[in-house]
Design a protein around this ligand. Structure first.
Ligand code: DHB
Ligand code: FE
Length: 279
């Protein structure tokens, strides 16, 4: 029986990649953010996952505004990293787990989700940065990847309720997977940020705290908000919290918080990191 060892959540600001490249982790600007990661690395070393099911959003690399799937599941044997224009270093390719990807897809379709299935997919900073933060300096990623993309970019976006239900469907798939792997669920992006328009630079610590405080014990509390409420409260790109909500669903019914870090600003983003374990 496969085991879901827990869930790791983090913001995925591209500037983090530049900070890592320059070795800026201990500078006053970056230290409060990077200080959130030693506990993440220690926890990962202890729970030893060999598969990562990652909920994130594509930023124009696989899908652009002309073709925008609401939900997309990767089913590739390997995922190359590419940079959609930030000037970031390219990270190592990530091995896939096509059999588990198809098992997840089968469950999602059985549960009446209709994802786009991607037998070729690139990964952008939304996956590469969280992996690099979790496992710096490894020569090969220790996990195989099952990437699940959620449209947080072009409206209409899926509701928070729908994303939590999607995650719960993925949980059913992981629970019925016959392998003996150890699985970590990852949610990336957020928390509050807005990159464009009149409110560029908008962040909302009160709303972020509400999300962080409810994620483990009462994720349904986050689903009473409409997407437009979330945009208003978290910013146009703060809707990436939908990735966190879906990942929380995939962890399973009960969860306990074992680590949290929150710091703003990192670039234009209120950055958060969290670890949850199954209750
Ligand atoms: C920033 C944050 C993001 O989530 C992203 O995808 C791109 C940029 C930022 O704050 O700079
Ligand atoms: Fe983003």
């Amino acid at each position: 029986m496969a085991e879901i060892v827990g869930a790791y959540f983090t913001s995925h600001v591209p500037g983090i990649g530049g900070a890592i490249q320059r070795g800026d982790q201990q500078t006053p600007y970056w230290k409060p953010f990077f200080d959130g990661f030693p506990p993440v690395r220690e926890w990962l070393a202890a729970v030893r996952p060999d598969i990562a099911v990652v909920f994130s959003n594509d930023h124009g690399l696989n899908f652009f505004l002309d073709t925008m799937p609401t939900f997309a599941v990767g089913a590739a044997a390997e995922y190359r990293n590419a940079d959609e224009g930030w000037g970031l270093p390219l990270y190592k390719p990530v091995k896939g787990h096509p059999a588990l990807s198809w098992h997840v897809i089968e469950q999602l379709v059985a549960d009446e989700f209709d994802p786009v299935t991607c037998q070729a997919m690139l990964v952008d900073h939304a996956i590469a940065i969280p992996l690099e933060l979790a496992w710096p300096d490894v020569t090969e990623w220790p996990v195989k990847l099952v990437p699940i993309g959620i449209n947080t970019v072009q409206h209409p976006l899926p509701s928070a309720r729908r994303c939590l239900a999607l995650g719960r469907s993925v949980h059913r798939a992981l629970s019925s997977w016959g392998g003996d792997e150890r699985i970590v669920v990852i949610g990336t992006g957020g928390l509050s940020h807005q990159l464009d328009g009149e409110r560029a630079g908008f962040m909302n610590p009160d709303f972020d705290r509400f999300c962080l405080d409810h994620l483990a014990a009462d994720p349904d509390a986050l689903t009473h908000l409409s997407v437009h409420d979330i945009v208003r409260l978290a910013g146009t790109q703060g809707v990436e919290v939908l990735n966190w909500i879906a990942a929380r669903g995939a962890l399973g019914p009960g969860a306990v918080e074992i680590h949290r870090n929150y710091h703003l600003p990192i670039s234009n983003t209120a950055a958060a990191t969290m670890l949850l374990e199954p209750a």
